[in-house]
Design a protein around this ligand. Structure first.
Ligand code: HEM
Length: 211
């Protein structure tokens, strides 16, 4: 209990700073030319992996609160936005550096390579979530609609993890672990203790309000 209180005392900017550290480390790698013989692949893969890690961390917040009574809800928006930041960088590295803005090649990839089609779908699903991750949108949409809309994240994370699994032709352990985690985190929603009827959740505090 005391431990969970300690966690919630850190200001949100600490989470943003920690979240941007891996990106800073990659920038350092670029500047010092220490990313190895294929720096574009290293950037692309690392950014994709960080995106997935933060997406999974965001999904873990509710189960942590429900099952372990660790309340990190106040960091959820920051974690979600950090995840989106990595997805956008991942996409930028792919379009600008990997494909050098060759639109035919990019459209061809999206059309012909299932893992790219799926990655793109995950990205598109995350866009409305990132756009509405602010107090104005929560007020405008209302907590119930906002919560409903943000359930899209479950599909986006599963697609993101599937995208990783389909990258390789052989079964690799790491993507399987990520995919299993994504499925378990989404499925865990089915096993929460039932809330009292006619209550809705405030997305910022996760406190329930009687309707
Ligand atoms: C939620 C969205 C996404 C997530 C979570 C994600 C995640 C990942 C991960 C984990 C990897 C592999 C990293 C590794 O091997 O260590 C990866 C690789 C890659 N992703 Fe994504 N990705 C997403 C969206 C996209 C999109 C939108 C595109 C392009 C349209 C894309 C293109 C690629 C490419 C080209 C690779 C590298 C493939 C290779 O190594 O040959 N991803 N992504």
């Amino acid at each position: 209990m005391a431990q969970s209180k300690l966690w919630t005392k850190a200001p949100t900017w600490v989470v943003y700073s920690l979240g941007f550290l891996p990106a800073a480390y990659l920038v350092y790698g670029v500047v010092t030319n220490s990313l190895g013989p294929d720096p574009i692949a290293v950037l692309e893969n690392n950014l994709g992996e960080h995106a997935l890690q933060f997406l999974l961390l965001g999904l873990a917040i509710t189960p942590l609160m429900r099952f372990a009574k660790i309340n990190l809800v106040k960091y959820r928006r920051a974690i979600g936005l950090i995840a989106f930041f990595y997805v956008v960088l991942h996409l930028l590295v792919y379009t600008l550096l990997d494909r050098q803005l060759d639109l035919n090649a990019i459209i061809g990839d999206i059309w012909k390579r299932p893992y790219i089609t799926i990655g793109m779908s995950a990205f598109l699903l995350l866009v409305p979530l990132a756009i509405t991750s602010n107090n104005f949108s929560i007020r405008k949409l209302g907590a119930a609609t906002w919560n409903k809309l943000h359930k899209i994240v479950y599909a986006a994370v599963i697609l993101g993890a599937l995208h990783y699994m389909l990258l390789t032709k052989t079964w690799q352990l790491e993507p399987i672990i990520y995919f299993t985690l994504a499925v378990l985190l989404v499925a865990s929603r089915k096993f929460y203790p039932k809330r009292k009827k006619q209550t809705r959740q405030n997305p910022q505090t996760s406190k329930t309000q009687t309707a």
